[in-house]
Structures are given as C-alpha cells and as structure tokens.
Write a new protein. Sequence first.
Length: 292
Amino acid sequence: MTSLPRPAPAGSPRPGPPAWLAALPAALGLALPKSCAGCGRWETALCPGCAALLDAPLTEVTGAPAAEELRVHAVLAYAGPGRALILNWKNGAREDLAPVMAAVGARAGEQWAALAQWPGGGPGAGAPARLIVVPAPSGIARRARGRLVAAALADAVAQGIARAPAPPPGGAGSPGPLIVSADILRRENGRAFRGAHQAGLSAAQRRRNRQAPPRVLADASGWDALIVDDVVTTGSTLRSCATALRGAGARPLGALVLAATPPPARATARLPGPVGPPGGAGRRGRTAAKRL
Ligand SMILES: [Zn+2]
C-alpha cells in the first residue's frame, strides 16, 4: 500500500534525508535525544530510512472498509518504525518531531489537492471554492493534556493545500479558493446512552458510543470538507466525522491520515508456514495480499 524505502545499490554512498526534510535542522540535527525516533538508531534524530518512510507518496487506503464511500489517503503504513515515529510524536516523547510532522502534513495536503483535483469549482457560478480542513475529535484526556496532534496535522495540511498550484482563474476578478483549518468536532463521550454511566455499559454499547457521530460546533453549510486524523484502522471514526459534517451542511470530499493500519490478513499472511522450501511462506503471503 505504501512505498518502502528504496534500498541503496551496494557500494553507493548512504542517502541523506529528502531535501524538504533536510531543511529542518532544528528537528534533524540539533534536538535531543540523539536516537532515531523511528528505529532507535543512535547518533541521528531521524535516520535516512525512517525519513524515506515519511517521504512516501500519498496512497489511497483500501483496507478501511468502515470508511465506506469516503476516499481515504495515507502517507505511510502504521507498522514498524513508522508506527514508532507516530507514537513518539503523539505521546510527546519526541517533541522534536513536531516540525517534521508539520512538513509531512503540508506536503500531504499539497499532494491531496492534486489527487482530489481541488478546487474543482465552487458550488455555484462565480462562488469561491471553500474548503474546511477538520481534525477528527480528540478525547477529553488528550484535549486536557494539550496534545491535539490531529489538529496540528490539520493546520499543516491546510497550509499545504493553500500552496498547491491554483487552477486557472475563472476570469478577471474571480475570487480565489478559501481554505481554513477548524477544530469543530467534539466527541459525545458516552452521551449516546443518556442516563447510563459508561461504566455500566456492555462492550458493544461502549463501542457504539465511540462510533456515535461527534457534535459539530459550527454551521458548515456550503463548505467542502477534508477530514484529517493521525491513524486510520477500520475507518469508522472517519465515517462518523463525515456523517456529522454532512449533518452540518458540509460536503465531505475525503480523509487524509498520516498512517493506515495494515489489514490483519496481510500480517497473518507473513507468518511462516510449518513446511515448505525457503520463500514458500512469502509466496503464500503475496497471494493472500492480492486477494484483499
Ligand atoms: Zn530510523
């Protein structure tokens, strides 16, 4: 689904980080601690292999069926060093990743605008195209800690979309597209079952509570919408965000996430088989992956 780092030919010099990441000396060279935030390699804050993971082109996520008709794009797979990078950023263990992730988000926004061909025209003749970039809602605990990673990512994505090449102007004096990032979704936090405390609910009821559409804090009539989150697993959160935004009058165009959890079938397909020649399990794994 996502591109893996390209191995360097034998004997060639070790590749450096991509140019757009190398322009961030505070993150790459000066900050402590000096171990790679992805793979843990010493003497570097972000090694070339892990930087290459973040440099992957945006790809469409096919393993999030609960997102239904919503198109979801991701930068990398939520696995291995990529997972460690995101967890270290989310949990605050590596504050030095903030500018790196902002650069990744902006670049992803720029690529999304090209893939989605946004703006494709305003809702009416002469009307400016309007896009609201909305982070998936954070829970109360995360909000209290001030670690609003999806909101930070949405800000970066909006900046990237704004710097994407604009389409030809519709005529002299035609208004340009309007792009804003707005943290307007809030979780209901168990209110779907009024009068019942979350602690008294069954597992299924709790799951339904988490999937309940969030509240929308503003009228979004006439706006196109792009939903942003750090990680997608099944896509149910993104779908509930899209449902809520539709209810507030917006037109959800898709979702953009930093990373997508690989489908479980793909992970189990890599398990070695009990018998067979070397590589046999790998062949079975590739066959299984193609069926997905
Ligand atoms: Zn690394």
